[in-house]
Design a protein around this ligand. Structure first.
Ligand SMILES: [Ca+2]
Length: 323
């Protein structure tokens, strides 16, 4: 029996998802992976997830396919950031590893209805998780926690207010955030504190193992585009891999905006109780009197130890050469 934390990962690989999978597969007990359409289409995200299990030497980890399309929203992809196949310009062969036959949503339901000790990590749009909750409402009481890469405590990326994962399927995100399941949110406000550059591609190239070589190739695509990238999903999962990487967080009430003309997909964080005289966090200098104070439903990550994260990430990728 492994004493590592058990996790199921719902993801849309995606370059940063691949880095997250490298961390999770090495440090956590990955019980299963469910793919969702997001960064690119499901036919690529599920293939890339299968590829990552083979690349990391763990083809025993089952991979399931969930939904390709958002629940109600028009289709939005991020192929300009991740490439049409989700891996930049890297072309991979079809993995030998097969996709599980069960639908990803049914796998989520079966897993969490029958186990109490598995955390759920979400690294893509929340379509699968929301659909699972709608199909089996008891999941609201059964999923012990969700670690979510998504949203932002402050500003977005796809729009001024919305982060990509939430923007793709705001209705799904709303269902999940209102579910009552304990959520830890690692948003853009944290992942922007990380900086991976073309210099890091060179570090990876020197490691001389297949995981590092692949990491170098996909990182060169994103880091080369803007001179830097945050590797959002890898930052998020690092909270479970090494809790000291997230150095500050706060319990906040978070709503997901689904109707706003300019704010659809925004994670609306209620910071009012953190303002003013003797605040929990001094983010303003004027006391705000809050008459209606909603119960915090999300632990929002705020501060990030970039140096520690980079150490863990590089050590992990290098360790694949010793397996
Ligand atoms: Ca992702």
């Amino acid at each position: 029996m492994s004493d590592k934390r058990k996790v199921v990962i719902d993801c849309d690989p995606g370059i940063d998802d691949c880095f997250a999978l490298m961390l999770c597969i090495r440090h956590l007990d990955v019980v299963g992976i469910v793919a969702v359409g997001g960064n690119t289409g499901l036919q690529y995200t599920e293939r890339n997830a299968r590829y990552m299990t083979e690349l990391t030497g763990r083809p025993d980890i089952p991979v399931y396919a969930g939904y390709d399309m958002p629940m109600l929203n028009k289709l939005v992809r991020a192929t300009e950031v991740h490439g049409s196949g989700g891996l930049g310009t890297v072309v991979i062969e079809e993995p030998k590893k097969q996709l599980e036959k069960q639908h990803g949503v049914d796998y989520l339901i079966d897993t969490f209805m029958n186990h109490d000790d598995i955390s759920l990590i979400t690294l893509g749009p929340l379509t699968n998780v929301a659909q699972a909750i709608l199909k089996e409402p008891e999941l609201k009481k059964r999923i012990p926690e969700i670690l979510c890469m998504g949203g932002s405590a402050f500003v977005g990326n796809t729009t001024p207010t919305a982060e990509f994962n939430i923007y793709v399927d705001p209705e799904a995100a709303k269902i999940v955030f209102e579910s009552g399941i304990p959520i830890r949110m690692v948003g853009l406000n944290v992942t922007r504190q990380n900086r991976m550059t073309p210099d890091d591609v060179e570090i990876l190239k020197k490691m001389g193992n297949p995981v590092a070589d692949f990491a170098a190739q996909i990182l060169s695509f994103t880091a080369g585009m803007n001179g830097r990238t945050g590797l959002c999903d890898a930052c998020a999962v690092s909270w479970l891999v090494d809790p000291d990487i997230i150095t500050k967080s706060a319990m906040v009430h978070v709503d997901v905006e689904t109707k706003g003309e300019f704010t659809r997909g925004m994670t609306v964080c209620d910071w009012r109780e953190y303002m003013g005289k003797d605040p929990k966090e001094d983010i303003a200098h004027e006391k705000q009197f809050v008459q209606w104070n909603p119960t915090p439903n999300v632990e929002v990550a705020l501060e990030f130890n970039e140096e520690r994260f980079r150490q863990v990430l590089f050590d992990t990728i290098e360790s694949y050469g010793r397996q």
